[in-house]
Design a protein around this ligand. Sequence first.
Ligand SMILES: *Cc1c(COP(=O)(O)O)cnc(C)c1O
Length: 219
Amino acid sequence: MSSKISRNLAQIKSQLPKHVKLVAVTKTKPIGDILEAYNSGHKIFGENKVQELVEKHEQLPTDIEWHMIGHVQRNKVKYMAGFISLIHGVDSLRLIEEINKQAIKHNRVIDCLLQIKIAKENSKFGMGKDEAKTLLQSKAYSECSNVNIVGLMGMATFTDNMDQVRSEFEYLRDCYLEFKKSHPIFNTLSMGMSGDYQLALECGSNMIRVGSSIFGARN
Ligand SMILES: *Cc1c(COP(=O)(O)O)cnc(C)c1O
């Protein structure tokens, strides 16, 4: 018997080109829902709060690839450093230095994405393009042996104006392609959520973060 969750997942995956990864966003959703997705074969999950991420990681199978998609406070990095696969919301050198320190303790290299501010709203986290470029070229970052910045992440403005969303996604893609020239390790462009992932794919995304279209609306 296939559940609603596994059907939603299958439906979304059927639309994705082979090179695109789907992060199933499980924030606020119970373990049972995540297990339904897992049992249907999905292995990549994302959370936006460290505490919830750690609790779920402890209760679920160890072959899950966990992504941190929310804003990260430096004092919380230590709780996830032992297992996190990709941290999407990195937006400062100080945070990278803390991730590096914790990664060294765990004898791991942690992959990260720089979050670029592409939305017009003030509330969104993220760096400007020039700031990101300076960070990538900095001596301080080059000395972070256990952090790899492998791409960019962004969130478009929450609006029905798809022309605006498209131009924000295209801007992020152009940043990504430009940075990739000098950082060939770049392989991930994380953009697109339930409401805009089709458009994000048209604009070159290769990692989408989808929650409500899989698990239903959050309370
Ligand atoms: C919640 C969240 C998502 C998923 O949002 P949906 O609209 O439910 O698909 C994607 N990215 C980030 C950073 C989020 O916090």
